[in-house]
Structures are given as C-alpha cells and as structure tokens.
Design a protein around this ligand. Structure first.
Ligand code: ATP
Length: 710
C-alpha cells in the first residue's frame, strides 16, 4: 500500500529497522527522495530514511483499548499500542471484531473475579474494556437474539494462552448462565481438568501443553440456561507415550501416579520413581524437573513467575482421583485405569536382544526385563505367555494356515511401543466417554462451541504428526480468512465505501496440496502405502513439480551437520505461517497405523472387562474392515472437515492468543517475535484493511471539505 507522508518537520514518526524493530524519531528535514530523521535515542543520532520505512504516529504516548481507534493505524501504531497496554497488565485488545490476548505470565486475579464477571454480564460488547469474558458474552447474546449456534475459535502458538482463554470463556458462561444447575458447572470444569491430566504434557513451549485439539460444546435449553455439554477431540498425540523430545515430558498423569498416589496404590501397581521407567526418563524426568522446569523459549520476568508456571507432580494425584469420583467413575474403574497406566509403564521397560537360537533373525526378551513382562501381564490381566508372543512374533493367516514370523529387536520394540500407544489412546478415548456421560443432557435448543485449536508447529525437522497439525492449522486459518473478508466487507459497508478487491493471504493453494483428489498429499500417501518411503518421497516431489502454486519447494536445505536425514527424504511446505521442513521418515507406517490382528486378539483375551472393552466391537470392526479401512491422514482430514463444518454452520468469533517475549526491554515488544506472530495469525491483512478504510475516510473527508470550501 502506498505510504502517505503528511509529516511536517519535527513530527514524531516510527522508522523500521531490521535490527531494532520500530524506533521512534522526529523528522528534521524532508528531501525529495528521503527524509532526515533524528532518533529519540541517547545519542540523538540522525539518519536518512526512505519514506516507505516510516510509520506515522501522533499520540504515541497514549494508548487505547480499541485498536480501531488510533488516527494513524499501521503496524507501528498497533505494536506501540499493544506494548503500552501490556505494560499496564491490559492483556486484551480488540482488532476488528476479534479479541487478541497476550499471555501475562502471571496471575491477574482481579481480571477474572466475580466482580469483573458481573460487569461483563451487565454491559454490551464494546462498552467496557476488551476482555475474554466479553467474547463469551457476545456469543451468548448473539445466540439468544439470532437463535443461531455460535463458535469461539481460539488460535495461537503453543503456550500463548489458548487453553486458559477457553477456560475463561467456559467459566464466564457457566457462572453466568447456569443458575439452576450448579452441578453441571462443576462437571464442565472438572471435565476439562481431567482431560488435561491425561492429555497435557510439558513441552519446551509450555509446561501444560494440550496435546490434542478440543471442541467443547456448551448446550442451552429454550430459556438459554446451560443444560450440559459435549467434548470432541482431534489429533491426540499418542506418540508422546513412548517418545518425548529433549526437555519434554510424558502426559502428566503418569507422574502424578508414580509420585503422588498413596503408598498402597503404588505398591499394588509395583510402581517406583518416574526415573525408573523408560517411557518417563528419556530426558526430563522428575529429578531433573526440579531444576529444569520452565519453558526454554521464554525469559520469565522473575523467579516468582517461574514457580507460578511450574507444574508440580507431587500434588496432582489426589485432585484427579477426586475429580474422577465427581465425574461418576466408579472405584473399580478408577483402579482399572491406574492399572492400565502402570501396565504401560512396565511394558516400556521390556527390552529385547537378538536370539542366537533363532534361524530367522528373531529376538528374545532380555532376562532383566522378565519382571517387567510379568508386571505388564498382571496389570493388563493377560497371560505372560500371550504377552511374550505378541511382542516377539507376527502371526498372520494365509489360506487358513496360521503363520508365525519372529520379529527382530527393532520390530519387537516397534510392536511394544505401538501396543503402549494404542492402549493409551483408547484409554483417553474412554475418559472422554466418561466425561461426556457426566455432562450429558436430554435435549438442547442451541449451543456455543469453544474450539481450543492446536497451533502451527515448526521444529527444525518435522514429522508426520506436525504435517497433520499444520494441515489442520491451515484449515482453521482459512476460516479466519473468510471471516476477515466478511468483516472487511461489513466495515466498508458501514463506512459507505465501495468494496474494492480484498487483498488477503489466501491459503487455498496450500490446502489443495493436501486435499486434491488426485495429486493431494493425503490421497497420494494412501496410494503409496504399499511402496517404500523413498518412493513415496519421490512422489511427494512429483506433486511439487506438477504444482503451479509452488507450495511445495524442493529440498535445498542446510541440514544440521549431524543430521542423519538425507536431502531426498525431506520436503518443504510453504505454509501461510512459514516454511516447514518435513522428513518422510515413517510417514507410511504412521499413516497406516494398522493394528496387528494379534494385538486385538491379545487385548480381547484380557480377563478384565474394562481392558477388554477398550478394544470394543466398533473399534475392532474398523480395523478388521481392510477394504474400508481409514488411514490416519484420511481420518485427520475427515475429523477436520467435521470441525470446519460445525464452525461454518455457526456464527464465529475469534480469540487470537499471542505469546510475548517477556524480557520486555523498550521496543523489544515491537521486534520480530510479536510482528511475526501477528503476521502469522493473519493480522497483516486486518491492518491493511483498516489502514485502507482509514485512508479512504481521510480522502473522503478531504473531498467533502474541498467541496464545502468551493
Ligand atoms: N490469561 C492468563 N492469565 C494467567 N496466566 C496465563 C494466561 N494465559 C496463559 N497463561 C499462562 O501460560 C501458560 C500456557 O497457557 P496455555 O496452556 O493456555 O497455552 P496454549 O496456547 O493452550 O498452549 P498449547 O498449545 O501448548 O496447549 C498457562 O499455564 C499459564 O501459566
């Protein structure tokens, strides 16, 4: 967009500099092609700048809650405004009709008190300062007046505060509109807490990171009082059960059980310290946690905040045990759940070695793992012999003959981990069933969905899990874009300005790259499931070559020197939020995720009904139906289609969470970190809309004035 320099001399302006972000200065001289600016720094340096690096500012020492209000509204004004608000612990601002939240990294109790909640109850949107409660209130009022379902979509990077925001919306709704049924309020809250214990984990970005996407529906009756809820989830990260990256941990519940369960329970489950389990001690076990417990990518403001954010493994169990009681899980089922968790931990401690007596490169369980084998069998209520067989052999049927093929050490480890992951994922699913039963309702007239999304993930080298997450993120972003266009259209209409072509970052090309019926990545991956990964990777590159939108670019990468990944095993996708490098390693296997028949037979042989029912008939049928079998990629796509359809059928509200670098030296806020998050989240487009509207208004006012003078 063309910059207008209306600045007379001595006017305050922002200039952009790659190193320092936006710096405040004063115009001392305007030349035909450049402007001389004196910087407001200690040395009062002067510099020549090009007009297009200047952002105008008028009242830079004032701040406003509503970002639509400043006279000069550009990136610098926005960032400056956000910075000033943040310094005053004002973590909420509106841009357009959406809410932006900044993680305060500290408890702001008054911000969420009953008094505050009441104020938002009593005032319509926009009358009092921006707040997450106001979004809940807006959705509620909208639902009551339009009788349409509402969706509140919460987006942002990991650790930015999505789950916290979602919880505050839920708190607002349940405290405000649940007068008759106090128990539902408690159950809704407990449902979230319980799923956090089983589905959240410490990552390098967040000590309490949700490892699944969640849609929490809050249902209302014809009087618009809450009657219950329903939770669905997508993309549960089950691989975390077996493998965690450096400085990350397994799901919280494992540590609570090992550290905090009563001595009686731990004895009955034969549990020791987390350090003794392979699935818990890979890099960040309990003992190390005491010194290394805060997110690596965040500089905290002070020591006190570090402790605020620490997750204490030593006071979790009793709380969650009580929540399970409150939700209606019987004592017997609770013990079954603990037994399965212990079984998974013991299973992870089973190790293998080559069997010199095997003629087919088979392996055996090492003698020091025999105890773990016995414990696992005991916890899952299966025979030791059956467990040994399922881990060491692949059984298949061929023309009515049972064939047994011994597994290598690597294959046996793979089977062990797959068994652990599958059982845990089924257990998580069962917990969602419990939770939904506890918040179930007979009938409802409308609902508000709170969608706690999984944000874009970009590691140095990404895997199948990240590509699925990032595909979902693209789909959510597309909804955001569509919403943005609609907002802009209304804004233009309100101002009586003709609608030009709306210029925004359209990510349809990238989505096509995944979804195209013939050349789409999901389809291709399913097609390739019978060929080797190397061939699949080649096909991935073929997509790129045939693809005019260049969303997939060839791998010309500077891979880390120690990387064992070859160039021909990686590809790059240009996401709206940046380029992500993916390694095709294990893509096919992770996409197929076929459960061996022997697994099903094995678990179904358990003498414990709870364990047996984890692999219930519907679930088993899906796996038996080899023809209609859905790959993981196809399931992700269909889950996401459901989410998007739900959102599209409702009125949508956006909450965008930002994670500031809390070092917060002046201007720091305005540097790349926040800029890139805003850009990533699509605000570049909002800014340009608002700027365009304002320019048009200014031009129109000029014309009106001129006409009046004439
Ligand atoms: N409004 C807030 N008030 C106080 N603390 C907050 C707030 N928002 C976020 N935090 C702090 O930041 C942490 C991370 O927030 P949260 O778990 O909501 O992030 P997230 O975006 O959901 O991350 P992920 O995608 O990894 O699940 C919280 O545990 C909390 O300590």
């Amino acid at each position: 967009m063309e910059k207008m320099i209306t600045g007379e001399q001595h006017k305050s302006i922002w200039i952009f500099n790659d190193q320092n972000g936006f710096i405040l200065g004063r115009i001392t001289h305007i030349e035909p092609k450049a402007v001389i600016v004196q910087l407001n720094n200690n040395n009062n340096n002067q510099m020549f700048v090009m007009p297009n690096t200047i952002c105008q500012t008028e009242e830079y020492d004032k701040y406003m809650n509503d970002n639509n209000a400043p006279i000069y509204f550009d990136e610098a004004a926005l960032l400056n405004n956000l910075h000033r608000l943040y310094q005053k612990d004002q973590i909420y601002v509106y841009i357009g009709d959406g809410l932006i939240t900044f993680n305060p990294y500290k408890q702001l109790l008054e911000l969420y008190s009953s008094k505050t909640l009441k104020r938002y109850n009593e005032n319509s949107f926009g009358i009092i300062p921006p707040h997450v409660f106001a979004i809940g209130d807006k959705a509620y009022r909208n639902m009551c007046t339009t009788k349409q379902n509402q969706s509140i979509v919460v987006t942002g990077e990991s650790g930015a505060g999505k789950t916290e925001s979602a919880k505050y919306v839920l708190q607002y709704l349940s405290k405000s509109y649940d007068a008759c049924n106090a128990s539902i309020k408690g159950r809704l809250k407990n449902s979230n807490l319980l799923l956090e214990a089983f589905g959240n984990a410490k990552t390098i970005h967040n000590n309490n990171s949700s490892r699944f996407g969640e849609i929490m529906e809050v249902h209302f009756d014809e009087e618009y009082t809450i009657v219950g809820g329903n939770i669905t989830y997508y993309l549960f990260e089950k691989t975390r059960v077996c493998v965690q990256s450096t400085d990350e941990k397994n799901f919280h519940i494992f540590y609570y059980l090992c550290v905090d369960a009563s001595a009686r329970i731990r004895k009955s489950l034969q549990l020791n310290s987390p350090d003794t389990y392979h699935y818990l001690n890979q890099d960040c076990s309990q003992t190390k946690q005491l010194t290394k417990s805060y997110p690596q990518d965040t500089d905290f403001k002070c020591e006190q905040l570090v402790s605020n954010l620490e997750l204490n493994d030593t006071n979790g169990f009793i709380k969650y045990d009580q929540i399970m009681n409150d939700i209606g899980i019987s004592q017997e089922d609770k013990l079954n759940i603990y037994s399965i968790l212990a079984g998974i931990l013991h299973l992870g401690n089973i190790n293998f070695e080559d069997d010199s007596e095997s003629t087919q490169n088979g392996c055996k369980i090492i003698s020091t793992s025999e105890q773990a084998l016995i414990m696992t069998a005991q916890m899952l209520h299966v025979g030791v012999h059956d467990l040994r067989n399922v881990l060491l052999e692949r059984i298949s049927m061929m023309e009515n003959t049972i064939i047994s093929v011994p597994l290598t050490v690597h294959e046996a480890e793979h089977v062990r981990d797959k068994l652990a992951k599958t059982i845990y994922a089924r257990l998580f699913n069962q917990l969602v069933v419990y939770v939904n039963t506890s918040i179930s309702f007979k009938s409802s007239t409308s609902h508000i969905s709170i969608i706690d999304t999984i944000g874009f993930e970009n590691c140095p080298i990404n895997s199948f899990e990240q590509i699925c997450i990032n595909y979902c993120d693209e789909k959510i972003q597309q909804i955001f874009n569509e919403h943005l266009v609609e907002t802009a259209r209304l804004l233009f209409q309100e101002e009586g300005i003709g609608l030009n072509k709306i210029d925004y970052i359209d990510n349809q090309d990238c989505i096509n790259l995944f979804e195209d019926q013939i050349t789409g990545w999901f389809h291709l991956l399913d097609e390739e499931s019978n060929v080797t990964e190397r061939q699949s990777n080649q096909s991935t590159h073929d997509i790129f070559h045939g693809n005019p939108n260049h969303s997939m670019i060839p791998p010309k990468l500077d891979l880390p020197a120690a990387s064992i990944i070859h160039h021909n095993e990686v590809f790059v996708v240009e996401h709206y939020s940046g380029n992500a490098v993916y390694s095709t390693s294990e893509f096919i296997d992770k996409n197929n995720d076929i459960l061996l028949d022997s697994f099903i037979i094995f678990v179904r042989k358990s003498k414990n009904e709870f364990v047996k029912n984890l692999f219930d008939e519907i679930f088993v049928e899906q796996f038996k139906d080899k023809i209609n079998y859905l790959s993981v990629g196809t399931k992700v796509r269909s889950e996401m289609t459901d989410v998007i359809n739900k959102v599209k059928r409702s009125v949508v509200h956006f909450i965008t969470c930002i994670k500031p670098n809390v070092k917060m030296i002046p201007n720091e806020f305005q540097k790349d970190q926040i800029r890139s998050q805003l850009k990533t989240l699509g605000f570049a487009s909002i800014l340009s809309f608002i700027e365009e509207v304002q320019q048009k208004i200014r031009k129109r006012e000029c014309r009106v004035r001129k006409a009046q003078i004439n």
